[in-house]
Design a protein around this ligand. Structure first.
Ligand SMILES: Cc1cc2nc3c(=O)[nH]c(=O)nc-3n(C[C@H](O)[C@H](O)[C@H](O)COP(=O)(O)OP(=O)(O)OC[C@H]3O[C@@H](n4cnc5c(N)ncnc54)[C@H](O)[C@@H]3O)c2cc1C
Length: 274
């Protein structure tokens, strides 16, 4: 939709241009920003003109720019040992958006929007990603994506802070993963998404969509099914919206977690697991 209160659009080429004036707001792909009225926004500052490379190899990590689109991430070439890479495709598809949206929507925009069904947030949390955040005083800070998203449409980002990138450790990229998703209708928004990362150094099970913010269970290499189920049963903060009731979301999340833990146990018994 047209944002009728917007009077200016700036196209920064340098970090110094990111000082936001009153009424200015950051723009990435615009797929959420242009989807509803934005009262009070009088100017947009387009992050996509900063020219950040979509992906960069760092020692021991993959850096994904906040402005990397979902489509560009899907086109990236993984290293042969990155067993977790199929999760990128699965999480991109969890968004149920067309290729037109994939070509514009950015990874940073997905995290900053902080919808419970933020499937790129799910991907990054499962792969233990850290956000690199530029602060308005010219400094920077780092925070796990799992902690940065605090609830529906809320994050730890303060005014003027910009997510520059996400760093995904190679130790997570080389792990094996699991994925289960459900929605109330074939093309509906995610009711719950349960993802897992398994490794000998420790495993993680993540629930998004079903919970207001990512729920992260840190687990041993081979989790105990009863313990995982008890932790989910005891969790009392499940999301409630037209895409699913809290009781249903808890029920399917427990079932998915049980399936994923069983898969992991079977793989370890068969000797093929990392
Ligand atoms: C058909 C359709 C289906 C969708 N399905 C889903 C879905 O299932 N799950 C879901 O989560 N979303 C969904 N969305 C919403 C949205 O498309 C995504 O969340 C998308 O990833 C947002 O990215 P963007 O680059 O378009 O962000 P924008 O719309 O440009 O920005 C969104 C917000 O993030 C802020 N922002 C963007 N980048 C940064 C940054 N680097 N640092 C700080 N703040 C930043 C902006 O200021 C703005 O407040 C859907 C949208 C459409 C149109």
């Amino acid at each position: 939709m047209d944002l009728v209160s917007v009077r200016t659009v700036r196209t920064p080429s340098h970090r110094d241009d990111l000082d936001l004036a009153t009424g200015e707001h950051l723009l990435a792909g615009g797929t959420w920003l242009y989807s509803e009225e934005q009262p009070g926004i009088t100017g947009l500052v387009d992050l996509t003109t900063l020219g950040w490379p979509d992906t960069e190899r760092l020692p021991g990590a993959l850096r994904v720019a906040a402005t990397c689109t979902i489509a560009a991430l899907l086109r990236a070439t993984p290293d042969p040992g990155w067993h977790a890479w199929p999760l990128v495709d699965r999480c991109a598809n969890a968004l149920l958006a067309s290729f037109k949206v994939w070509n514009a929507a950015t990874v940073g925009g997905n995290v900053a929007t902080a919808l419970p069904a933020g499937a790129l947030t799910a991907l990054l949390v499962t792969l233990d990603a850290t956000a690199l955040v530029w602060t308005p005083d010219g400094g920077e800070r780092r925070e796990r994506v799992a902690d940065l998203v605090t609830g529906p449409r809320t994050t730890t980002l303060t005014p003027g802070e910009v997510i520059r990138a996400f760093d995904l450790p190679e130790s997570a990229l080389t792990a094996t993963t699991g994925y289960r998703r459900v929605s109330l209708s074939p093309h509906g928004r995610t009711g719950t998404l349960v993802t897992a990362r398994w490794s000998d150094a420790g495993s993680v099970l993540v629930v998004t969509g079903g919970t207001p913010r990512p729920l992260v269970l840190r687990l041993p290499a081979v989790p105990d099914a009863a313990e995982v189920d008890a932790r989910l049963a005891a969790h009392d903060d499940w999301y409630d919206d037209p895409h699913g009731s809290p009781a249903w979301r808890r029920g399917v999340s427990r079932r998915f977690a049980a399936e994923l833990v069983a898969e992991r146990s079977a793989a370890v018994r068969a000797g093929g697991a990392a």
